[in-house]
Design a binder for this molecule. Structure first.
Ligand code: SF4
Length: 347
């Protein structure tokens, strides 16, 4: 029997104490669904999705502010992917666009600089949503705008960082036995970013890639490490202990740590990044955007914190589907509800 076959057999036949493992990365949530991993595990190994989908954890005040900007004369909101469909208190950016608001999707971040440069009569606002992985991209946009002396491009930031939200999960009864540490985030932060948390909560972390066998090896490692502190890196082709110092330096030049508001969790100290004061002229009004209004009946807050599985939401698969999403967790391709739905996962 090969090592891989031994892992598969162990995970299928595991009969020890129940193990609850959380993936805190939306891309892992999607990869777990695509690879059918839950169906390969013993009923004693539970995978729980955490707060790692950037669109899902964005509070409605941020969406509302973007809608307000899109409806202003001579202002254009620029955004990546899924955010356009997430509802704020009354409207999504897609609704605002349908009502005549100015919203454009961008595929390359530097397109934002080109658009602002080509049309100085308008103000362009780039929705800067994401984790450690995408913050260097926004720093690069800012650097480019500054170097080209462009003043009609601003950022509306809702940037989050992982360590303190993981701490929040540990402190708020997540009952997690191990974390599948986020692969993309770890490329930037390095695997050392989890050592303090691991020691503090005596909980293991394993950095994982996104292929099925890598994820299975990660779950195998975490099951064996249950009850012990430790950080292992099973994504060595991309992640080093120290991360990417050039990207970290770029981020720290333009952004500084701040408190941040998370859907379902409230404000978590030191869990975000905002523009440094000296770059405030590039901010489109990101401060104080804390309010959150969940759609009626939506349980995204409980799903994001691992308190319930998406299938336990009474609306799941009934009135809430990807074609008619009530909450952000069903809108985003990284959302747990979306991934449970498309993969037919039932646990
Ligand atoms: Fe919200 Fe829909 Fe998920 Fe329920 S299934 S938690 S309504 S997004």
């Amino acid at each position: 029997m090969s090592d891989f076959e031994k892992i598969i057999t162990f995970l299928r036949e595991y009969d020890g104490p129940d193990v609850r493992l959380m993936e805190v990365c939306g891309t892992h949530t999607g990869a777990i669904a695509r690879n059918g991993i839950p169906s390969m595990l013993s009923p004693h190994i539970h995978l729980i999705s955490g707060p790692g989908c950037p669109v899902c954890v964005t509070v409605t005040a941020v969406i509302d502010r973007l809608v307000e900007l899109a409806e202003k004369e001579n202002t254009v909101v620029l955004t990546f992917g899924d955010l356009i469909l997430v509802k704020g208190t009354a409207k999504s950016l897609a609704d605002a666009k349908a009502d005549g608001g100015h919203v454009e999707m961008v595929y390359s971040p530097l397109d934002t600089v080109r658009m602002a440069q080509q049309d100085p009569s308008k103000e362009y606002v780039f929705a800067a949503i994401g984790f450690e992985t995408t913050t260097p991209v926004y720093a690069m946009v800012l650097q480019e705008a500054i170097e080209k002396n462009i003043h009609n491009l601003k950022l509306l930031t809702s940037l989050k960082t992982m360590p303190n939200v993981i701490r929040w999960v540990c402190e708020n009864g997540g009952n997690i036995d191990g974390f599948i540490a986020p692969g993309h985030v770890s490329v930037i932060t390095g695997s050392r970013a989890y050592e303090e948390l691991s020691q503090e909560f005596q909980i293991p972390f394993v950095v994982a890639g996104f292929e099925g066998p890598q994820l299975l090896a990660t779950i195998y490692a975490l099951t064996g490490m249950r009850g012990h502190a430790g950080v292992r890196n099973l994504y060595r082709e991309a992640v080093t202990p120290e991360g990417n110092p050039a990207a970290q330096e770029m981020v720290n030049r333009y952004f500084e740590p701040s408190d941040a508001s998370w859907r379902g969790m409230g404000t978590i100290a030191g869990s975000g990044m905002t523009l440094r004061k000296e770059y405030a002229q590039y901010d489109a009004g990101s401060y104080g955007l804390d309010e959150d209004h969940m759609p009626a009946g939506c349980s995204c807050a409980s799903v994001l914190t691992g308190k319930i599985s998406p299938v336990q939401c009474p609306l799941f698969g009934k009135s809430c589907t990807p074609d008619n999403a009530h909450g952000a967790c069903m809108v985003s391709t990284e959302g747990s509800c979306y991934n449970y739905f498309i993969s037919g996962r039932k646990d």
